[in-house]
Design a protein. Sequence first.
Length: 56
Amino acid sequence: MVADMADFGLIGLPHAGELPGVRRNLHNLVQRSAAKRQADRRELEQTLARLTGRGV
């Protein structure tokens, strides 16, 4: 499950995964198909690369 992979301690909020809104969003992510999650990740990586000037 996505919640098991999320490490909110990396952003200094180790208990964020227990918040109702965060739990709901994590649940929704699990419901997405593998293809949609892969497309989401690609889009995120492209956006981060553009913001950091690293171009993909």
